[in-house]
Design a protein around this ligand. Sequence first.
Ligand code: MG
Length: 261
Amino acid sequence: MNFISKNNVVAAAVCSACLFSLTQTQAGEPDPKYGIHDRSRPVPVQVDPGYPGTQDKTGKAPQGAVVLFDGTNLDQWVAMDGKKTKWIVKDGAMECVPGSGYIRTKDSFGDCQLHVEWAAPAKVEGDDQGRGNSGVFLGGDRYEVQVLDTYNNKTYADGFASAIYGQYPPMVNPIHKPGEWNTYDIIYIAPRFDGDKLVSKAHISVIFNGVVVQWDRELTGPTGHHERPAYAPHDVRQPIAFQDHGNPVRFRNVWIRELNQ
Ligand code: MG
């Protein structure tokens, strides 16, 4: 218990700083072209940061983000085969219609911060992995950050909400009640390949309702059910996908910022 409560405090403290530091660490060292506190160095562009959603009100994307869903339409989305999706828009949310299949973005994205707000059905049905199951997939349909109603729901650790499915359980489970909105901020660094050769693995961090629950996890390869497949080469830029796992999970305020921009 000591570990968990201490972890919570640390997570809250680093939360606001970690997005900034992540992008800074990609280069490995400060740019040698500039001395320390060099006033000729280009300064960060000021942007409207938007605001996160609350239980009563959806959030607003920061300036410069690509808005993937603003509560009104599914223009940015298609079924996995590129045809029109059967998911619906209802009360400002996009909702999985069970049996309709996964949904993916029309556009592709590389290293990114992906913001997603989601809610499991208010009416609790099923248990274990059958309760409010969906998923946020990076790299097309390869790397799943689990979406699951794990509010007082018993299941395996690496299948909890915000788990990197089958690989890494979250550090803690800061989930809201069924029917309430949860927020994921996912930082994804795509794997790199040189031809058929894996050069660097995928890395994922997740902030779940403001708490860091996954920190720079190095994925073994694509996520799977009872399997950990090896990496297979793919382009850096891939669609984002949400899973149809047979439950009417809702999503809102979905936006993405590619990193290193
Ligand atoms: Mg899932």
